[in-house]
Ligand binder design. Structure first.
Ligand code: IFM
Length: 696
């Protein structure tokens, strides 16, 4: 069970389920890598992992996913060859915690063996100062009587992969006291280097052996003489430098020379700097304060502040908490995560945009694949921008067969979401130079994609977007989804405005670009489409129909739909989904549109849609609650919004996120909800609750 305190979260769970939840809850990271909050001796069933940002691999025909690196901090205690674990019968006390002010994970575990109480206390951090470095202090003590046991630390290659294994050609070496490993990914042969070294502070008898990837000690413990071991690990890849092994060795030497105290001080100083810019102070609501900071922490540990040789990085939908969702970047970044960083570290948002600019070739390839022109961005984007999303993204619980889903081919709003983020970035920062660095080209290519994919309805004398999937993924292949249509319209308007802006700032550049892209015919067509593009409007009661024919669907309650579910892991959407033929939606859809384009609609429309859609929303996605909260705040109803703020904020605290879509595992942390929590607090509740926030 967890408890949340100021800057600390503590959990005393011991079983397998707790291990999986705490892996997320107590995650530590620095944007380059993140290590799950599992105990040092955890085996693969507890899903320990160190996910490296932007390093992907494909194993056979399985899904391409991020690489889980070997763990240089793996440590286990043994008595007569038998390891002490959380499953040991003699386990007496166990607690894990995370200090989310400084990204420090700790554990304290006691086992009772006859008349000895054996206790392990460990502390670890992945350095914010030197992003390749992992540091751990591991203390073993015995109370009452003496004990002779083995402490082993090793570079552990027995890692858990969802769709692995991902590494081969393992070579272990020992250089001086440093144990090293070089291996490579299977698909692209990316070298991954791991180095580790340990130091023991101990007087008294001690026998050490160091072999291959292992260093082990035989120690005699008594009440007065604890063992304190420091382990430093370093990870570098061939995407960082030409010789990652040499760099990993150097990192270890530097770390040893600096020692724990100085490394810790440098790490915490970096966190102090992060919070100086990024903290939010809430007065009068303790719980909101702690929850918000915890959510911000989760954004900071996955924010890729480092540069990589091969390009910019963005943030995957489950951060660096595991391999779920193929470690891919979704619209979550642009719509839910970027707003916080735009207010605090806009350079990061520029980086997210540059990542999209660099993946434009993949978006062009995808457009061609579907018979369109321009840029159709990947629904699930990895390093090249080619879509990692498959046609069969869910596995049916009853038949075990993959289910045809249409996220990849029909969730076309993704391209518009990216344009929306670029527009928001320029509006907020005035940095129109990004337009010249590929931003305008991206916008025009997205506009061209939509121009090539919309339809003219002679009957209604208007342009429409047909056969799409909106944010609500339970209703696939619908016509005129209001969110999608409004976003497409925004793209056309933004393209027009961006051309004008650049003409003003740098006429020669903009003319050259229009020429290079051969955009003049598209521009005339776009100008014709803008006033004739259909965006569904509110009906007499102020409610906007989510898509054509939505109002004709069965109107039943969420509980009615739930009662039709035969298996807790059953997917509600798709061809046979229990929600597909009803008005029950997965996540905020019309409401998201209203929250984004609030100025275009009067309050009564916002209220009418909140009242209509909320009882029909499952909130089956972590992207949902914050949009309801935001819109409610726009109607002045922060009391109504507050529980939605809490719902979004608690997803990673309580581990309440969904774990499965059909038989496909979707657990992990929820960066979009973390960003949504900030949006709700600051862009929503802040005014109404008169919270005080400051960027010191
Ligand atoms: O991007 C979301 C989507 O809107 C709903 N399913 C999960 C995705 C990743 O968070």
């Amino acid at each position: 069970m967890y408890t949340l305190h100021d800057w600390t979260i503590i959990d005393d769970g011991r079983d397998g389920q707790a291990a999986l939840e705490n892996g997320n809850r107590l995650l530590i990271g620095n944007g380059y890598l993140a290590k799950r909050g599992t105990v040092e001796e955890a085996d693969a069933s507890c899903m320990p992992s160190i996910i490296l940002s932007g390093v992907y691999d494909k194993c056979g025909d399985l899904w391409r996913e991020p690489v889980n690196a070997p763990d240089p901090l793996f440590t286990v205690l043994r008595l007569d060859g038998v390891p002490f674990t959380l499953a040991s019968e003699n386990l007496a006390v166990h607690e894990q915690s995370l200090n989310f002010r400084y990204g420090v994970y700790s554990r304290k575990t006691t086992w009772n063996i006859e008349n000895v109480r054996l206790t392990v206390v460990s502390e670890r951090f992945v350095s914010m100062d030197d992003i390749h470095l992992l540091c751990m202090k591991y203390t073993v003590s015995a109370a009452l009587d003496c004990l002779s046991l083995e402490v082993e630390t090793r570079i552990n290659t027995d890692v858990h992969d969802l769709n692995g294994p991902h590494m081969g050609s393992f070579q272990f070496k020992i250089k001086g006291q440093t144990r090293t490993l070089i291996c490579e990914t299977l698909e692209k042969k990316i070298p991954i280097a791991v180095a580790a070294e340990d130091e023991i502070n101990r007087n008294g008898s001690l026998y050490r052996s160091i072999k291959g990837n292992r260093s082990s000690y035989l120690v005699n413990l008594d009440g007065s003489n604890p063992v304190e071991m420091f382990v430093y690990g370093a990870i570098w890849t061939g995407l960082d430098v030409d010789d990652p092994l040499a760099e990993a060795e150097k990192s270890i030497l530097r770390a040893k020379e600096a020692g724990w105290d100085r490394l810790y001080a440098a790490h915490t100083a970096k966190w102090d700097a992060i919070w100086r810019v990024g903290d939010i102070v809430i007065e009068g609501d303790d719980y909101a304060q702690k929850a918000l900071r915890y959510n911000l922490y989760h954004l900071h540990i996955i924010a890729p502040r480092h540069k990589r040789r091969c390009g910019n990085l963005s943030i995957p939908a489950r951060g660096l908490s595991g391999q779920t969702y193929k470690g891919a970047v979704f619209w979550d970044v642009e719509m839910f995560i970027a707003p916080y960083f735009l207010a605090t570290e806009p350079k990061l948002v520029a980086q997210f945009i540059r990542y999209r600019i660099e993946t434009l070739p993949g978006a062009r390839r995808k457009a061609i694949e579907y018979g369109f022109r321009g840029a159709f961005f990947a629904w699930e984007s990895q390093e090249t921008g080619d879509d990692a999303c498959t046609d069969f993204n869910v596995i049916d619980v009853f038949t075990g067969r993959p289910v045809r889903t249409y996220f990849r081919d029909k969730q076309i709003h993704i391209s518009a979401d990216i344009v929306f983020a670029i527009k928001r970035y320029i509006d907020a920062t005035g940095d129109f130079a990004i337009l010249k660095e590929g931003g305008l080209e991206l916008i025009l290519e997205v506009a061209r994609f939509y121009l090539s994919s919309i339809y003219y309805s002679p009957e209604h004398t208007r342009y429409e977007a047909l056969d799409v999937v909106g944010p609500d993924e339970y209703h696939e292949r619908v016509n005129n989804n209001v969110f999608t249509n409004r976003m497409i319209h925004m793209v056309f308007e933004t393209a027009e405005a961006a051309i004008e802006l650049l003409k003003e700032k740098d006429r020669a550049f903009s003319e050259e670009l229009l020429l290079k892209l051969d955009f003049s015919k598209d521009l005339s067509f776009m100008r014709e489409v803008i006033p004739r593009f259909y965006v569904p409007q509110p009906n007499g009661q102020g409610v906007i129909e989510q898509f054509d024919g939505y109002f004709r669907l069965e109107d039943c309650s969420i509980n009615a739909v739930r009662s039709r579910v035969r298996d807790p892991k059953e997917y509600w959407g798709g061809g046979n989904g229990v929600a597909s033929t009803t008005r029950i939606i997965k996540q905020a859809d019309v409401v998201t549109m209203l929250a984004l384009f609030g100025d275009d609609y009067p309050v009564f429309v916002k209220k009418a849609n909140l009242a209509f859609y909320e009882p029909r929303t499952e909130h089956g996605s972590s992207l949902s609650a914050c949009m309801y909260a935001l819109l409610a705040c726009e109607t002045g109803d922060s009391d109504w919004a507050y529980p939605f703020f809490v719902k979004g904020a608690e997803i990673d605290i309580a581990g309440k996120g969904k774990l499965f879509a059909g038989l496909v595992s979707i657990g992990g942390t929820h960066p979009a909800a973390n960003g949504g929590t900030w949006m709700t607090a600051i862009q929503g509740l802040e005014t109404d609750l008169q919270n005080i926030y400051k960027f010191n």
